[in-house]
Design a protein around this ligand. Structure first.
Ligand code: NAD
Length: 255
């Protein structure tokens, strides 16, 4: 059974074929969705356009989520080509490299602002820009990490940004719920991607999961994609404002 037959999905956050958003897009395509892609900047165009072609993307345009005008023009494009949008995948995060090592207390004001703007506020801005073209039972999904609720070494300001993102999910779910629109986050375990390569000591986080998590293995992009399929299909019809852990169960452990 194809769970997303004829649904229109706009994807934010494909950088390459290791991106979580790529695995989600692939599974959504296999399940009958029409896809529209956005990419952060000119440098990524040559990577994302072939992916859009591979997955039959209906459009592929630049959208730097720190710019309201880019978000608005992506919504305009989606309106032209799709009419209504049923699914938004927000799989975007960024913090300046120097904010992802050392002590959190040393985070400069500018680094804090950038991390929160791109990694958390962008979800709010996207929801606002797309609100009028969202279908009545649309589903929005974003990606978060356990560093939002517990101190994870070197995750620093990104943990604070993810906490803001998770809280935003709840407020957005409450605002958009009366229209039938659902907003959820997936809290993914660590996965080797471009974004993850910016976190110092990432390898040791991966080996800790293998050693300690109930499932004794790391999750894959495909594991996360399956959870996104659940949340964005009718199977998730009663779920909103939730943070769904896809992390081999690591988050349930105490010391
Ligand atoms: P990735 O590097 O493939 O994806 C991150 C994306 O963010 C990239 O496509 C990048 O272009 C985009 N981005 C950054 N700044 C942007 C901007 N200004 N405008 C538009 N796009 C911008 O890495 P990923 O691991 O697939 O990350 C996707 C999401 O998953 C992120 O939110 C990340 O925090 C989250 N996440 C990742 C892991 C992990 O271990 N990889 C774990 C939990 C959550």
């Amino acid at each position: 059974m194809r769970l997303l037959e004829g649904k229109n999905a706009v994807i934010f956050g494909v950088a390459n074929d290791k991106s979580i958003a790529y695995a989600i897009s692939k599974l959504f395509k296999e399940n009958g969705a029409n896809l529209g892609f956005t990419y952060a900047g000119e440098a990524l165009k040559k990577r994302v356009e072939p992916i859009s072609e591979e997955l039959g993307g209906k459009f592929c345009i630049q959208c730097d989520v720190s710019k309201d005008e880019d978000i608005l023009s992506s919504a305009q494009k989606a309106k032209e080509l799709f009419g209504k949008v049923d699914i938004i995948v927000h799989s975007v995060a960024y913090a300046p490299a120097e904010a992802l090592k050392g002590r959190f207390v040393d985070t400069p004001r500018e680094g804090f602002k950038i991390a929160l703007d791109i990694s958390a506020y962008s979800l709010v801005a996207i929801c606002k820009a797309y609100e009028e073209i969202l279908s009545d039972n649309a589903s929005i999904v974003t990606m978060t990490y356990y560093g939002s609720v517990k101190v994870v070494q070197n995750y620093n300001v990104m943990g604070v940004a993810k906490a803001a993102l998770e809280s935003s999910v709840r407020y957005l779910a409450n605002d958009l719920g009366p229209k039938g629109v659902r907003v959820n986050a997936i809290s993914a375990g660590p996965i080797k991607t471009l974004a993850a390569s910016g976190i110092s000591g990432f390898k040791s986080i991966l080996s800790q999961i293998e050693e300690k998590a109930p499932l004794k293995k790391n999750v894959t992009q495909e594991d996360v994609a399956k959870a996104a399929l659940f949340l964005c299909s009718d199977l998730g019809s009663g779920v909103t404002g939730d943070i769904l852990y896809v992390d081999s169960g690591y988050n349930i452990l105490g010391l």
